[in-house]
Design a protein around this ligand. Structure first.
Ligand SMILES: [Zn+2]
Ligand SMILES: [Zn+2]
Length: 134
């Protein structure tokens, strides 16, 4: 990354990160691309994919598979959170309770596990969709 394109890459990395930090939603690579392109028309989808992978490696971005084929990205936050995806409308609801974290921690301590990642995904039908089904 220290070759001639290095500086530009840094700028694009910042741009992708800004897009994710400013968004309250979970964006897939295409959505990140669309928003980044609005600010830097020269950016390519390939660059976005590469940039997201780098940001993920650096721990700045999290990749979530919200029950779909493709991944969603969001800026890493200080407190972990988990996701519910509605199978009908695709709505993502986040939840974050200290109990989940506590349970994981005590499990890791007991089993002497060094934790690398946590993937917890709930799926089902949201309140709105349930109402429509009735
Ligand atoms: Zn729904
Ligand atoms: Zn999230």
């Amino acid at each position: 990354m220290l070759h001639s394109g290095g500086k530009r890459l840094t700028k694009q990395r910042q741009l992708a990160l800004d897009v994710l930090q400013e968004s309250a939603e979970h964006l897939d690579a295409e959505a990140v691309y669309a928003r980044a392109k609005a600010r830097d028309p020269k950016i390519s989808i390939a660059t976005i994919y590469r940039t997201l992978a780098l940001l993920k490696e650096a721990g700045l971005v999290e990749e979530n598979r919200l029950g779909e084929e493709h991944a969603h990205f969001e800026a890493t936050r200080s407190t972990p959170h988990y996701h519910f995806t509605c199978l009908r409308c695709g709505r993502v609801i986040e939840f974050d309770t200290p109990q989940v974290q506590e349970a994981i921690q005590s499990f890791c301590t007991r089993e002497k596990i060094q934790l690398v990642s946590v993937q917890l995904l709930l799926s089902g039908y949201c309140a709105l969709c349930r109402r429509e089904e009735e």
